[in-house]
Design a protein. Structure first.
Length: 275
């Protein structure tokens, strides 16, 4: 009897949350972006997997204004995007200068190259640059040292001052499941200090659960770190009214609650041992 009740409980969980059974989104990068020597294939250090409905799509990125990349033109040049479109997306003029630290929305053409999605930026190497400095300090985490190294394999040992480098920016296109639930765009959001998945989702009016799922995170496993990207599913293009709105009320860590996927695993196990 007890096991029948348990089975019904499990069936209920499986019925109300079919999405927890499908794991076809993108793994969050965690802290692996800084260890350039280790390339963990089960994570997204090389980029987001090319698992979407389309092999190319319109995507969005965020960038934090930081001199010399603090104007519409300099940010567009760095991120290889159309400055007219960037100014329109941010509702500012093409000669606008952003305040340092301001969140800038960036349109990006995202396409599959091999196994991973990327938006191409080109960057001229300066003296003292390393893949980590380029990925973390200049591109603020929109790329990784791993992805830059993978792209420049032909330069093998050194990166030369003055040479041009393709920097793959992290972007992705909606999966079939996301598309079915109305998601049309994925935003690669650059995390900064003091943010939670819930507070970032609130900026864009996205349900926290949808963002957690997009990054293969769960309420019990939702730690995120500055200078990494979080994918935020969107139904409509993002707007400056969202990014300049006063921050949502002080974010608190979501209260721990039983993770549905843990419950589901537990149920699978119970069903397995029972039959
Ligand atoms: C790769 O990353 C995953 C997720 O963080 C971790 O569980 C796994 O142990 C890592 N593997 C290696 C070889 O470091
Ligand atoms: C940039 O975007 C604008 C508006 O969409 C378009 O008119 C213009 O041709 C684009 N410029 C380039 C260089 O693609
Ligand atoms: C991006 O850059 C890579 C490497 O240089 C190149 O193979 C690829 O065709 C580029 N993608 C686009 C869409 O330009
Ligand atoms: C990445 O850049 C930020 C800001 O410049 C810095 O605080 C952080 O320590 C850097 N991380 C690494 C691993 O270099
Ligand atoms: C590497 O670069 C050299 C010189 O630019 C070029 O001749 C060669 O074809 C490149 N190799 C590959 C695999 O792209
Ligand atoms: C895939 O591309 C087609 C054709 O451009 C478009 O109509 C459709 O909305 C795209 N699907 C997604 C999920 O982006």
């Amino acid at each position: 009897m007890a096991s029948l009740r348990f089975f019904l409980f499990c069936s209920y969980i499986l019925l109300i949350s079919p999405q927890i059974l499908i794991k076809a989104q993108q793994p969050y990068i965690r802290k692996l972006n800084t260890n350039c020597g280790i390339r963990n294939a089960s994570t997204s250090v090389l980029g987001y997997a090319c698992n979407g409905v389309n092999r190319s799509c319109q995507a969005y990125l965020t960038f934090r204004s930081k001199p010399p990349y603090n104007t519409v033109v300099s940010i567009s040049n760095l991120l290889n995007t159309n400055s007219t479109q960037l100014s329109q997306l941010n509702s500012v003029s093409e000669s606008f200068t952003f305040e340092t630290g301001e969140t800038v929305l960036v349109p990006a053409r995202c396409s599959c190259l091999g196994q991973f999605y990327q938006a191409n930026a080109t960057y001229v190497i300066r003296s003292g640059d390393t893949p980590l400095l380029i990925a973390n300090d200049t591109f603020e985490g929109l790329s990784t040292c791993h992805a830059i190294q993978a792209q420049k394999s032909n330069l093998s040992v050194n990166i030369y001052t003055g040479s041009r480098l393709t920097v793959p920016l992290r972007c992705a296109c909606p999966t079939e499941k996301q598309a079915a639930s109305g998601v049309r765009y994925l935003l690669s959001y650059l995390i900064t200090w003091g943010q939670y998945v819930s507070s970032i989702s609130a900026i864009f009016g996205t349900e926290t659960g949808l963002t957690l799922e997009a990054n293969e995170l769960s309420e019990l496993d939702s730690n995120i770190y500055p200078f990494t990207t979080l994918l935020v599913p969107l139904e409509n293009p993002p707007s400056r009214s969202q990014t300049i709105a006063p921050p949502p009320p002080p974010a608190t860590s979501p209260p721990p609650s039983p993770s549905p996927s843990v419950a589901a695993n537990w149920c699978n196990f119970a069903i397995f041992v029972h039959w």
